[in-house]
Design a protein around this ligand. Structure first.
Ligand code: ATP
Ligand code: MG
Length: 421
């Protein structure tokens, strides 16, 4: 029979790697809590319409990356390729945007049919943050203060840089779009193939084309900055002033446009040169038009998402994963003879009285020597040994596995005291 395998681009998270993930996730959750953010969870499967209407029909995601199928009822459903659309849908559905502000975060798997490679998967994981009801550059700045703090706490601040841009309002962008299309249409034959196609569908994306000829051609093109009005400029200046005062370095990149349709004004990416081609670890921006576009009352919004796999790769690459993470037990219960009941009772007592201690019980039989080897391999500092004598006398023997110290046979009460330090 053919061996069953996971689907290409969809990874298992093995026990050896899960401590790093937990460390990353709990660090992020902690930082977000300190800024007053609340967690929201929404389904993995949504109506396909939601993503088409929010992300945009002519984006990479909707054109070629979505896992879309008909369910048994014949309704078209899609496994979420990102979280923003679902978050807006959930907030609208439950009235969370009515006359109030929201600061939310979520985490979980996202699905995109892409070519799997380092830092690029078909099932990948994001931690996302979305805020609603705040129009000023202050909340944009908060997004960047949060992420900058996170990089500091994770020890990767020196390896990431912030790229920043403003896309202006929808009207400003539309006028710029016309000017760009006019300029590039006259030079269409000099554009790379993708960019030629985008000229009709999504011309702003041409700005972040990787093609050198196209980039050279763009040097002479009109720039979005020339089309920005007073309000957009003031917003961007307000953001930069907060970042400057907070000592957060950034590089304004006028060609940063982001792939999705719904962004306006502020867009940003945190990038690294440690991961090869997949260098963006966190990306986001303002999307004031999206809530209205999905049928809600127009609501200013800004958010970002970071890729967990890429951040984990970075933590490993930079060797900033705390050392103690992998170890998972402190004490290992060894029981020899017909003493299982007494031994398990002891282990439960230890867990009741010393809840911070991680106690693993040996299960499945084996002689003393074999069990002691297991105790050693478990990483525990202490073996709790219960034999016939200990069981009969209400005692336990403590054997120290990492220290040169004689073993002690103690009453349960004495053992609890000894295990405290
Ligand atoms: P890229 O340009 O690398 O394709 P993107 O612009 O499509 O990224 P976003 O939709 O902005 O990515 O998602 C935010 C973050 O999620 C990215 O910066 C990245 O860290 C992560 N991410 C996106 N797609 C993948 C993927 N296929 N595999 C792993 N991580 C991903
Ligand atoms: Mg992508």
């Amino acid at each position: 029979m053919k061996k069953l395998q996971a689907i290409r681009g969809m990874n298992d998270l093995l026990p050896s790697d899960s401590p790093v993930w937990q460390y990353l996730e709990s660090t992020v959750a902690d930082v977000l809590q300190r800024y007053g953010y609340s967690e929201i969870r929404f389904p993995i499967l949504e109506a396909t319409e939601l993503f088409k209407r929010s992300i945009g029909e002519v984006t990479d995601i909707v054109e070629k990356e979505m896992y879309t199928f008909d369910d048994r009822n014949g309704d078209s459903v899609t496994m979420r390729p990102e979280g923003t659309a679902s978050c807006v849908r959930a907030c609208e559905q439950h009235g969370l945007l009515y006359n109030q502000t929201q600061r939310l975060w979520y985490t979980g798997p996202m699905f995109r049919y892409e070519r799997p490679q380092k830092g690029r998967l078909r099932q990948f994981h994001q931690i996302g943050v979305e805020t609603f009801g705040m129009a000023g550059p202050d909340i944009d700045a908060e997004m960047l203060l949060i992420t900058a703090r996170l990089w500091r706490e994770l020890g990767i601040a020196d390896a990431v840089t912030l790229q920043l841009n403003t896309l202006g309002s929808n009207e400003e962008r539309a006028r710029y779009r016309d000017a760009l299309v006019a300029y590039l249409s006259e030079r269409k034959d000099q554009l790379d193939e993708d960019s030629q196609r985008r000229l009709d569908s999504n011309p702003l994306r041409i700005l972040d084309s990787k093609d050198a000829n196209t980039q050279a051609l763009l040097d002479g093109a009109p720039t979005l900055q020339d089309y920005l009005g007073e309000e957009s400029n003031a917003h961007f200046d307000g953001l930069k002033a907060i970042l400057d005062a907070a000592g957060i370095a950034y590089e304004v990149n006028p060609r940063l446009v982001r792939g999705l349709d719904y962004y306006c004004n502020t867009v940003f990416e945190w990038v690294t040169d440690k991961l090869g081609a997949q260098g963006t670890v966190c990306a986001g921006g303002r999307y004031d038009g999206l809530v209205g576009q999905l049928g809600g009352k127009p609501t200013p919004a800004v958010g970002f998402a970071m890729g967990i796999e890429r951040l984990v790769l970075m933590l490993q690459e930079l060797q900033v994963v705390p050392e103690a993470l992998g170890q998972n037990v402190d004490a290992y219960l060894v029981s020899v003879g017909d003493v299982k009941a007494a031994a398990f009772k002891l282990a439960e007592t230890v867990r009741n009285e010393l809840p911070y201690l991680r106690v693993q019980s040996h299960c499945g039989g084996g002689n003393f020597k074999k069990q002691m080897k297991k105790a050693n391999d478990s990483g525990a500092d202490i073996a709790l040994i219960v034999g016939e004598d200990e069981a009969k006398n209400g005692q336990v023997t403590l054997k120290f596995l990492r220290e040169d110290k004689p073993q002690q046979t103690l009453t349960i009460e004495q053992a609890l005291i000894a295990l405290q330090d």
